[in-house]
Ligand binder design. Sequence first.
Ligand SMILES: Cc1ncc(COP(=O)(O)O)c(C=O)c1O
Length: 412
Amino acid sequence: MTAEVTNDAGRTLYDWLAQKNAPVLDVVRAEGVWFETASGRRVLDFASQLVAANLGHSLRPIAEAVLAESERASYVSPAMAHPAKDELTRRLTGGVLPPHLTRISYCATGNEAVNDAIRIARTVTGRDVVLFATPGYHGAQGTGADTSGDVRRDLMRSRFTDAVPFLGPYRPGVSTPDSAEVALERFVTAAQAVGPERVAAVLVEAVPGSNGVLVPPAGYLAAVGEFCARHGILLVCDEVMTGFGRTGRWFAFEHEGVRPDLVTLGKALTAGFVPLGAVATTAEVAAHFESSPFVSGHTFGGTPIQCAAALAALDAYEAGDVIAAADRAGGRLADWLASASAGADWTGRSRGLFAAVDLADGARAGEVARALLASDVYCLQRGTFLMLAPPLVVSDEELDLGLARLGEALAR
Ligand SMILES: Cc1ncc(COP(=O)(O)O)c(C=O)c1O
């Protein structure tokens, strides 16, 4: 796909790309599951942009909530309470999250939420080591970067030496997972090598997203959680990409029968309207900070505008029964993957409206993504796989249209 950019002044530096290749698209407006480019193309968004616009684009109730809140109190310091933050904490801990997660801290991004969660775990346990699953991605800065078991890690990390990787259920280059028993044994061996008494936290994505929608074998994460509980290690589930309905439940860890001590949130918490990150934790963990300070600081963490956007997003997730609908649409997506991949040179994996089409060949994956975009469907491509993550409000017709075009791109 050649670039068709009209608005870029050539002075913006774009993330992750060699600048001569960026940007590819120039978005002038977006509505529902579609965005429109400067040249007038209507493109079906099979990525929710960066897996953030879970409710689709440009929702009026969220825009109105942000406007109303910014007229009431545009900015309040994170050290102060205000009604929108109070209400958001009540909603998140009063039914959205499982009942054992009763305390919330706010920040601005998913990466900051991971940094805070790990800081909390190390402070509360008095231990230093963080065992993190690979492949995985937790952000491009600080602790998030240090704990990203991702090909980009060496470019990003700050050399925090107590972050120790362990290989999750998927071996590099293999598109199906090892059994829960084999993967668990690998995890336990890594933990024993460090000494579990030195480990503050185990950091996982229940379904690692950026590295290929790696759905774990049943029972694996629950067994990792039991090991953590036995050794006083805090389990951190990073739900920045998978949270808020992506996998057909509010959170991906809910499929796994696991009880995380800390959960990180971001992206779709506000449906991508404004940046807001959060860490949810238990009363036991939070009790540590009753009389000693919680050492963290974000100028933009839980401001009225951020919280109003999240509250309006929660209204929309709940009122439209969006997560149950996403679960049903996920079934349709899984059926398509199963039938279209039969006898093909690619494999499919999915959970809810979150899928990977794995071509085992990076060059071919790039060609398919470009062919798909040429037919006005946008999805993310990394390495050998395409990621499918349409807004949860996608209709059956829109889903079928995108999948039909994907089928054509794959058949070339
Ligand atoms: C699982 C996960 N954690 C953390 C992050 C970092 O979030 P942010 O880019 O908002 O800092 C990402 C971003 O994609 C992610 O997928």
